[in-house]
Design a protein around this ligand. Structure first.
Ligand SMILES: *[C@@H]1O[C@H](CO)[C@@H](O)[C@H](O)[C@H]1NC(C)=O
Ligand SMILES: *[C@@H]1O[C@H](CO)[C@@H](O)[C@H](O)[C@H]1NC(C)=O
Length: 403
């Protein structure tokens, strides 16, 4: 009697155990499904986003047939690896972008600038299309691009007309050295990024032209350590002398010269004659450091961008964005760059603080922006995930590298 009861109990237990095991296995299978589904869901919004962003932006991410193919490839990839860890592939800036891949309008503008050659560029260096490792390119930039400011001893700034106007303290003793620096672009894609806190968490923050922080703190932060401005803004922006926006941090202005001319030649024929406004600003704010970038620097940088690009690049100076990146690389150990390489928030809206939009703002028309972005993508030591989610590229500065 007792014996059979025990037997019954035992088989009951076995049955329950088997049932439990079956449920477990079934659930696990479902979990696997859920993982692949998740991977699918991750792919989906991206392709929808691309459709929504229109033809100009589509081109950055290759054509849609290719997208589909890549989408399927990454899907099958995540299916295989889902058991281990889902590894979604992020579609970000292609470091081999060219205008012919991007859009016909910009291709035409690029050709027009090549014909115009406003700055009389006659590049005689190596290339085009010389291949550099990341380390070699970084050293090349460090050794060839001289980030220095006009000094009171440079003719014609040594004349009585200029006496007392240039800052007495050297730029390098005033700015840095810093450990972690942020370069904040003015891209429309910074809107709703919520990057403010992360940006402020750097030792120094560089911003451009009239990019505001008021009303945009959540997305772009509050700190401004250096503001790099072009001479056009200084010359034509009426608020420049009045707006408190400009009174924080170190100011640096740059003006494009004719290709590789010296300071006296440039001074006679600047792109924008900002010198009088500069003096006015200095009289109003004598204690704020305000430097003038030497006009050779943008062309020294341009030469390297041309050297490494397989295409001819626009014979116009690099963008303020690219100049700011190199400037911070000379002052910092590490430079985090926000929304220079566009994130998933990529938009044709040019600036986070304006409504104006044009695909040329991301791709470049006047500036060789596309080639600058190819270079930054090549130099990037961060992940594609950081670019995709935060528009963040991370470059080592020149301070601690060995060449
Ligand atoms: C860079 O500029 C500094 C200061 O003007 C100068 O002494 C130095 O020779 C320059 N270096 C190069 C490589 O041009
Ligand atoms: C300014 O610099 C030039 C060129 O170096 C020099 O010839 C001239 O004497 C300097 N002028 C003054 C007032 O120091």
């Amino acid at each position: 009697m007792i014996h059979t009861n025990l037997k019954k109990k035992f088989s009951c237990f076995i049955l329950v155990f088997l049932l439990f095991a079956v449920i477990c296995v079934w659930k696990k299978g479902n979990g696997y499904e859920a993982l692949t589904l998740q991977a699918k869901a991750f792919q989906m919004p991206k392709s929808q986003e691309k459709v929504a962003m229109g033809p100009a932006s589509q081109a950055v991410f290759s054509n849609s047939k290719q997208d589909l193919k890549e989408g399927i490839q990454s899907l099958s990839y995540s299916r295989v690896t889902a058991k281990v860890k889902p590894q979604p592939s992020y579609q970000v800036w292609d470091k081999d972008s060219t205008y012919s891949k991007v859009n016909p309008r910009l291709l035409k503008i690029w050709r027009n600038y090549l014909n115009m050659n406003k700055y009389k560029v006659s590049y005689k260096g190596p290339g085009p299309g010389v291949k550099f490792s990341v380390e070699a390119l970084r050293c090349h930039l460090r050794d060839r691009v001289n980030v220095s400011m006009i000094e009171a001893t440079d003719f014609p700034f040594n004349t009585t007309e200029w006496e007392g106007y240039l800052p007495k303290e050297n730029f390098r003793t005033k700015a840095g050295p810093w450990h972690r620096c942020a370069v904040v672009s003015s891209a429309g894609s910074l809107k709703n990024s919520q990057l403010g806190r992360e940006i402020d968490n750097h030792d120094a923050v560089l911003r451009f032209n009239g990019a505001p922080t008021d009303n945009f703190q959540q997305d772009v932060g509050t700190k401004t350590t250096i503001r790099l401005m072009n001479s056009q803004l200084v010359t034509t922006e009426k608020r420049f002398l009045k707006d408190s926006l400009y009174t924080e941090g170190i100011l640096v202005v740059w003006d494009p010269s004719v290709y590789h001319v010296d300071i006296p030649k440039w001074y006679q024929k600047p792109d924008y004659n900002f010198f009088e406004t500069y003096k006015s600003y200095r009289r109003l704010h004598p204690s704020q450091p305000f430097y003038i970038l030497k006009p050779q620097m943008p062309w020294e940088l341009w030469d390297i961008i041309q050297e490494i690009s397989p295409d001819l690049i626009q014979p116009n100076p690099p963008s303020s964005g690219m100049l700011g990146i190199i400037m911070m690389m000379t002052l910092c150990d590490q430079v985090d760059i926000y929304e220079f390489l566009p994130s998933k928030r990529k938009t044709d809206v040019c600036y986070y603080h304006q409504k104006f939009f044009d695909s040329a703002c991301t791709m470049g028309a006047y500036h060789p922006l596309l080639f600058e972005k190819n270079m930054v993508k090549h130099l990037n030591e961060g992940t594609d995930e950081d670019i995709y989610l935060f528009g963040k590229a991370t470059l080592s500065g020149f301070r601690n590298i060995r060449c």
